[in-house]
Design a binder for this molecule. Sequence first.
Ligand code: ADP
Length: 499
Amino acid sequence: MAATFFTAVRAVLGDDAIEHTDAIRAAYGSNRLPGGDRRPSGVVFPRSGADVQTIVRLANQYGVTLWPTSTGQNLGLGEYSPVREAQVVMHLGRHMNRIVDVNETLGYAVIEPGVTFRQLRAELASRGDTLMLSSTSGPPDGSVLGNALDRGAGYTPHFDHFGMLCGLEIILGTGERIETGDAALGGAKTRHINKSGFGPLLDGLFSQSNYGIVTRAAIWLLPRPPAIRSFGFTFPDEDDLAEIIERVRPLKLNNVVPTLIKVTSAEYGFATKETYPFDRTGGATPLPDALGAEFAAKHGLGAWTVTGACYGPSFDALEPTISRIRSHMEASGKATYVAHEQIAANPVLKIHLDTFSGEPTDSELGLLDWRPGGGATWFLPATPMIGAIAAEQQRLSVEILTRYGFERCVEFVCGPRAARALHILLYDRTDPEERQRMADCYAALVVAYDERGYPIGRAPTDWQERAMSRLPGLATVTANLKTALDPNHVLAPGKYGIP
Ligand code: ADP
């Protein structure tokens, strides 16, 4: 089936529209997850929305399944590799990487799937830096659109990347082209600025799903503030977490701090620069507390480090707000203030300043070298902004991770009501025993958090079908929608557990 599909794609779109050598299949099948590599049967490279339509129609005709991806940089979540073996990867980003428009007055850019954070940042700089994007702390060469569609998030006031998309252009599994919001009326002049048009809001159907391929959308951008002034606090003890969360919540609920506020564990910081000191532990894992404390001190980190940033007309104009935040945090009796200048001069803390300033950074990717063998998988539950609950979750995470021999490498990215508890789980993927241990550890974390009422959100591809099996109600309705939007199940069957 795949062979006749490849021949048909070649006949219509040209020889270079498809590749299916062993080398290409291996490259696009590799990932860092414990579930193992999953090779596609080939990779297609559309050049336009019309090409995407052609490929989807041929896939229907020849009974082939497609795995659409923009830049495949979602490290720790699956990268390019399809959710199931032998799906054909549709690599949108190779050719469809145009910034179609930037509207500096209304603050948005219209982009194709291959537009990366680095590329958009450079474009905005070349236009005089009046606008700022919200980037991730992941790869600068990741797709702005791909990240938003998977509901990845940032750290600025525009952290809700999916929420900042407007006017999605989508090819459904039937090959039909639709546009969302006001864009439904061809020629609407409000298509990139008004999402709440006529009828149901369809946009959400195309995030973490397999109903359509998004070929273009607007992403809303912030005016770049004249001054960005970060602040930080280190806290010495693991047990300070409950008090930190209680103090951070009102800063966000009352909108004192415009960015999200990060509460970062020492490991999440120093592991960006250090590698696991097997020589000093005699090969034992996880990292002994004393060595963790030594690395934390070396990099100017606390057991927890709290960071955020304020925006304003000048650095000095922000002084009263920073003082207010400082008094509030120092009233804990445990916080040590870290000034903006110290944050900017410390390579580990500078990562935070960059993310609050819409600067893509690759510094956090150092985490991937902490353990040999490059394995990484992300465990992503949400945490209510209640100190006692955050502390309970951390006791649970530490207990489970320690049992399986791994470090608790976590960052809470705090909003007013909930935080994203980014757990980056790092392991040696070249060691089969350790790989299995990480798979078991991930499952144990999901079960334990589920039991207490804290489910995962964004999930690695090797867990998506299992994750949906926990949610029978959602499974039924999402399967019914699939029948309507992609009746032949051509698009990524299995993605997020949708058939
Ligand atoms: P990034 O490189 O930004 O991390 P990816 O390209 O890896 O993003 O995509 C992340 C997820 O979003 C993948 O599950 C992929 O299948 C999905 N995805 C990415 N781009 C699109 C798109 N244009 N249309 C539909 N789904 C997409």
